[in-house]
Design a protein around this ligand. Structure first.
Ligand SMILES: *Cc1c(COP(=O)(O)O)cnc(C)c1O
Length: 247
């Protein structure tokens, strides 16, 4: 992909973010753009970093590993946004991932915490909530989110910073909106409970096709891939289906 196209695509996305913020009376500085860089080459990611984009998100530990050396000289922050298997915990901690957005179960958090304590490190996480009720997607059930957060809040090496969700894929805006609205409601409920060691500032929601609706509902991070780096060769289910592993 050439640099000009990436530049143009980023400009369009930033404009979409800005326009939506203006429309719903929010400060555009309160919405961060995260580049969803699965399958994107290190070269193209570096182009985006040089254009001022400092936040990237990867779905596979293997891909983080493959791009790590090349990206290392360029200042950026890396989040993990894919499904994390417990047997990859040791691996993921090698590559300066600052936040795991996809924690959705206690045993994962607990094993992560154990390893972090062993390595004398700590990490930020978001809790991924399944707001669309689709069985194919990961995330804790909405009704179980508070309990999970309470449990995880006791783990010393982990700091909960917010929530993440993937909205329903639907052409009907109201259905997509209800997912994001639900995440916002859960956020408020968590804030009301005042749970020690839990911060709830971040709401990671909205992608290429639905970022406007997410920002309208309070997103602080939107995760954009396709609209910047063009179509991927794999379908999204490839990344969200535990049974499939790409090499
Ligand atoms: C791929 C991906 C995105 C970005 O989706 P696009 O539609 O390409 O913008 C966002 N979040 C997650 C978890 C993803 O896997």
């Amino acid at each position: 992909m050439n640099d000009t196209i990436i530049n143009e695509n980023i400009t369009v996305i930033l404009k979409r973010i800005e326009n939506t913020c203006i429309k719903v009376n929010r400060n555009p500085n309160d919405v961060k753009l995260l580049l969803a860089t699965k399958t994107v080459s290190a070269e193209n990611i570096i182009t985006a970093i040089k254009l001022g984009q400092k936040l990237i998100g990867e779905n596979k530990v293997q891909e983080i590993k493959e791009k790590f050396e090349m990206l290392q000289p360029f200042e950026h922050k890396k989040h993990f946004i894919g499904h994390l298997q417990t047997n990859k915990i040791k691996d993921i901690l090698k590559y300066n991932v600052t936040c795991i957005q996809s924690v959705d179960r206690y045993d994962l958090a607990q094993k992560l915490n154990e390893r972090l304590l062993f390595e004398n490190k700590n990490i930020e996480i978001f809790i991924q909530v399944n707001t669309s009720n689709e069985t194919s997607k990961f995330g804790v059930e909405p009704e179980k989110t508070i309990d999970l957060i309470k449990q995880i809040s006791n783990l010393k090496a982990i700091k909960i910073k917010g929530l993440m969700t993937i909205g329903l894929f639907s052409a009907e805006d109201y259905k997509v909106r209800s997912c994001f609205k639900l995440l916002k409601e859960i956020q408020q409920e968590v804030i009301n409970r005042n749970i020690p060691n839990v911060e709830m500032k971040e709401l990671s929601m909205g992608m290429s096709g639905d970022l406007e609706i997410a920002i309208e509902q309070g997103a602080t991070i939107v995760r954009v891939g396709t609209a910047i780096f063009a179509q991927r060769i794999y379908t999204d289910s490839y990344y969200w289906n535990e049974k499939l592993e790409i090499r």
